[in-house]
Design a binder for this molecule. Structure first.
Ligand SMILES: Cc1ncc(COP(=O)(O)O)c(C=O)c1O
Length: 375
């Protein structure tokens, strides 16, 4: 049976020759020309002054929080509806994550969700942009400035996303990206921190490399990390950047086909306010209230179509469990399903996913789900 996977990276450009070049020249660790090339190409694309490559998107967040000196005693407001790394890195710094609910249409945060949570201990807001949607960055930037807070953007999923013409990640003091295999561009594992602040960029580079003094070898000026990216990963990333515009074109076309084909269905897409130009990372919809999501996913799977549920809310996880109800996030978490969205999908693949999804929705009302699952 043919498989329609949720994600497959397109590595058909210069990825192979550039990796072979690393092997031939023996520059396989974190020194070598591709690191600088990749960082510059990335900074140019998102229009940030600085880009610092690291070994994944999780440590990109950790490094950003450390470079901004956020830690014990500090409260950081973060959406509960996010991938867990956003929250875990706050906790790992010894700071306290304070959970915000999200908007029911954009599945992201803005001023109204964040401002009531600000206390005298609040030091920062972490804006997370999920699936191709975006937080209201104009509102959050203005709020952070007015209340003297830092803004950090977890833009792991937001490559190719612009708010009022400015790329995600460059509205905050720092923005972070992930290059895991299912992201818009991949380096296998990898991440990036971007900033327009030269002093901050220097500190990010210092902490990334064990905080080793720039000229005095083995002298470490503070507590640092080894979060460096390898030249091999950067070579893949640089090759991916050469084709980013094409990849985004295809991803936007795929998303628009899904929207057209599922227009008549009772599914809810993440909304795209007029300020957004989306990179359309992963097409994700909310299923109707009365449909059993797990049964729908099982049904798709029977036809070789891979799908994913939306994230669980962080405030429900054992390590963060709180009594508070954050109902909009809980609903999105309960009803959401991500559909195959990679650039190698054909138009026929998308048509098939939409047809199978439509029939699965019809076959999987909540009350029948147990019977279908165990049939
Ligand atoms: C919103 C968000 N934050 C952080 C990360 C962590 O990135 P990585 O998997 O590269 O560590 C991801 C990746 O899946 C993500 O989607």
């Amino acid at each position: 049976m043919r498989k329609v996977s949720l994600y497959e990276p397109d590595l058909s450009g210069n990825e192979l020759p550039y990796v072979v070049d690393c092997l031939n020249t023996t520059w396989i660790s974190s020194k070598g020309e591709y690191i600088g090339k990749f960082e510059r190409a990335f900074a140019d694309f998102v229009r940030s002054d600085h880009a610092v490559a690291v070994c994944n998107g999780t440590v990109a967040l950790h490094l950003a929080l450390a470079a901004l000196d956020l830690g014990p005693g500090d409260e950081i407001i973060v959406p509960t509806f996010t991938y867990i790394a956003s929250v875990n890195m706050i906790a790992l710094r010894g700071a306290t994550p304070v959970f915000a609910d999200c908007r029911p249409d954009t599945w992201a945060i803005g001023r109204a969700e964040v401002e009531p949570l600000i206390t005298p201990r609040t030091r920062a807001i972490m804006a997370v942009h999920l699936y191709g949607g975006m937080c209201d960055l104009a509102e959050l930037r203005a709020l952070a400035d007015r209340r003297g807070l830092k803004l950090i953007e977890d833009a792991s999923e937001a490559l190719g996303c612009f708010w009022s013409g400015r790329h995600a990640g460059v509205w905050g003091e720092c923005g972070t990206f992930s290059f895991f295999g299912n992201k818009t561009i991949t380096t296998g594992e990898g991440g990036m921190v971007v900033t327009n602040d030269a002093a901050l960029a220097e500190r990010l580079r210092l902490l990334r490399g064990q905080a080793q003094h720039p000229t005095r070898r083995y002298w470490h000026v503070e507590l640092g990390f080894n979060y460096r990216m390898t030249n091999i990963c950067a070579a893949i990333g640089f090759a991916q950047m050469e084709r980013l515009t094409k990849l985004l074109e295809r991803k936007r076309a795929i998303a628009s086909q899904y929207r057209d084909r599922l227009r008549q269905q009772d599914v809810q897409f993440q909304s795209r306010p007029p300020e957004i130009e989306s990179g359309e990372w992963l097409v994700t919809v909310l299923l109707p209230e009365d449909v059993d999501r797990d049964a729908v996913m099982d049904c798709l799977n029977q036809y070789g179509i891979e799908s994913r549920p939306t994230f669980y809310c962080a405030h429900h996880m054992p390590m963060y469990e709180t009594q508070s109800a954050l109902p909009k996030s809980e609903e999105i978490s309960r009803r959401g399903i991500s559909l195959p969205s990679h650039p190698l999908l054909s138009d026929d693949d998308i048509a098939e996913v939409c047809d199978r999804l439509t029939s699965a929705i019809g076959k999987c009302p909540v009350e029948q789900s147990a019977r279908i699952r165990f049939a």
